[in-house]
Design a protein around this ligand. Sequence first.
Ligand SMILES: Cc1cc2nc3c(=O)[nH]c(=O)nc-3n(C[C@H](O)[C@H](O)[C@H](O)COP(=O)(O)OP(=O)(O)OC[C@H]3O[C@@H](n4cnc5c(N)ncnc54)[C@H](O)[C@@H]3O)c2cc1C
Length: 249
Amino acid sequence: MRPDFFANANRLDAIRRANCRRRVSVVEAFDLTPHMRRMIFEDLEPAPSEQEKPADWIKLHVPVLGDGTKHGRAYTVRERSGGKLVIDMALHGGLCASWARRARPGDQAEISGPRKGLKLTWPSDEVLLGADETGLPAVACILANLPRHTRGSVCLEVPDESDIQPIEAPPAIAVGFLPRKTAPPGRLLTQAMREARVSRATAVWVAAERATALELREHFEAMLPRRKVQTSGYWRMPCDETAKRHRFL
Ligand SMILES: Cc1cc2nc3c(=O)[nH]c(=O)nc-3n(C[C@H](O)[C@H](O)[C@H](O)COP(=O)(O)OP(=O)(O)OC[C@H]3O[C@@H](n4cnc5c(N)ncnc54)[C@H](O)[C@@H]3O)c2cc1C
């Protein structure tokens, strides 16, 4: 049998496992800040545990109609141990966010995954991390897993000052919060990231609204080797809003 047959079979098996849905039940749900809700689930059908990396994510499928229809979106695994899964969900007008706002212990949903969220060569001695509130849980996981000697900086755009939360980081990493208040999403993050100091040794990781992520990818890929830059669109603003945002910049 050719070796690529086994490689393909393994890949297909990994995809099948990542797409397989399991039931979860809400154990606890509470607001961390006015726009971020922590959800603690019990995994009712735990998958065999794999080597997990920071920024790994699952797809959460929440019930939307009384007929069993589900709506699925990606969320970062903030913590997973002892059959419990923790995710932090930004609160806005979307279906998953609205479900989280109403969720009570005992409510059920489904998850699939986890999948990998960090594709850079890792760890790096110097980092520049940037995110809005949807990428904040991933950034918190990445920081918690970096060696103590890592240098760098982090820009976190949040809806308001009241959404700033304590984040543990190695001592030589400066963590800055950017409360956006009335500014369009991504504007403050883009400005701060563009002004941040980078060297050839810096690894850049960004998770934010799609247009912001694309803009920052272009910016950093012009300065650094591609393998040092990972930017991801974590949500998508409706097209007319994106156009408005570009007029602001
Ligand atoms: C790999 C990955 C990991 C992610 N991890 C997290 C995480 O840990 N925590 C988290 O909160 N999110 C995370 N996200 C983002 C999350 O999946 C999206 O925000 C998702 O769109 C929310 O789904 P929804 O059903 O609430 O809204 P949707 O049905 O997708 O969207 C409905 C409307 O809400 C708008 N919208 C969506 N998200 C936002 C937002 N954040 N702010 C304002 N408007 C919004 C859309 O533009 C749309 O108009 C992650 C995304 C990816 C790809």
